[in-house]
Design a protein around this ligand. Structure first.
Ligand code: SAM
Length: 217
């Protein structure tokens, strides 16, 4: 790939996806773009660059290239610091603030396969004794539709529990085939929607997103 075109592609893809493609990411970037060119049966990188100008097709390609260039790495209670802060400070404060209205909206932006959103639902269950009397919605959004499909299933393999104690696993999940199925009450607290954080301007069906407390990771 010619250097000038590579720079142009990096520029246009960075602007659209919000990804910072560094010098050390270039080889992976070229590999990924080459794989997309082969997949789309295009003849050159120039053609791929111009492909983005065709509006209807390029929207899907933005999602595909973002999927290829990002990692969906996630597991339950992944970021210890973040979850400690949520458990001991942020969520108790929010619960205290909202105890009059008994309503909470939390948004896991970039939720991948849902472990973060469900971890928050589990925490809320631990923190609110009368949770059935509350109106709670946790919204998980991601650009990756395949990840969202997995999230909606609420079924996870052992790898998703690498930081989780057996107690939590036994309390909120039941063994199902080779994995673990999440308790129905927890699944019902979380909804998943496809949102591209850079390009979508939040046109998802939750028009009241301004009421959400975002958790970004
Ligand atoms: C490393 S995962 C983090 C998952 C989870 N938040 C956690 O911390 O465990 C990052 C997620 O962000 C998503 N993502 C990246 N760019 C995005 C964008 N522009 N819009 C929406 N989601 C995006 C990826 O698809 C990926 O699933």
């Amino acid at each position: 790939m010619k250097d000038a075109l590579l720079k142009l592609l990096i520029q246009v893809i960075s602007e659209q996806t919000g990804l910072n493609i560094r010098e050390q990411d270039r080889d992976k970037f070229i590999e990924t773009v080459s794989a997309r060119i082969r997949f789309l049966k295009l003849s050159s990188s120039e053609e791929y660059y111009h492909f983005f100008k065709k509006d209807n097709k390029s929207k899907i390609e933005w999602q595909e290239i973002t999927k290829c260039l990002t990692t969906g790495e996630t597991y339950f209670f992944r970021d210890r610091g973040q979850f400690s802060l949520l458990k001991f400070s942020i969520l108790p404060e929010l619960i205290e603030l909202r105890k009059g209205r008994r309503a909470l909206r939390i948004w896991s932006a970039g939720c991948s396969t849902g472990e973060e959103a469900y971890s928050i639902a589990i925490l809320l269950n631990e923190l609110i004794p009368s949770i059935k009397d509350w109106d709670i919605l946790i919204l998980g959004t991601d650009i990756n539709e395949d990840a969202l499909k997995k999230a909606r299933r609420g079924y996870y393999r052992d790898w998703s529990f690498r930081m989780v104690s057996e107690d939590i696993k036994k309390q909120w999940f039941r063994k199902a085939k080779e994995g673990w199925r999440l308790n129905k009450d927890i699944i019902e607290m979380v909804k998943f929607e496809s949102v591209d954080l850079i390009n979508d301007k939040f046109k998802c069906s939750y028009h009241f997103l301004h009421n959400f407390i975002p958790i970004l990771a």
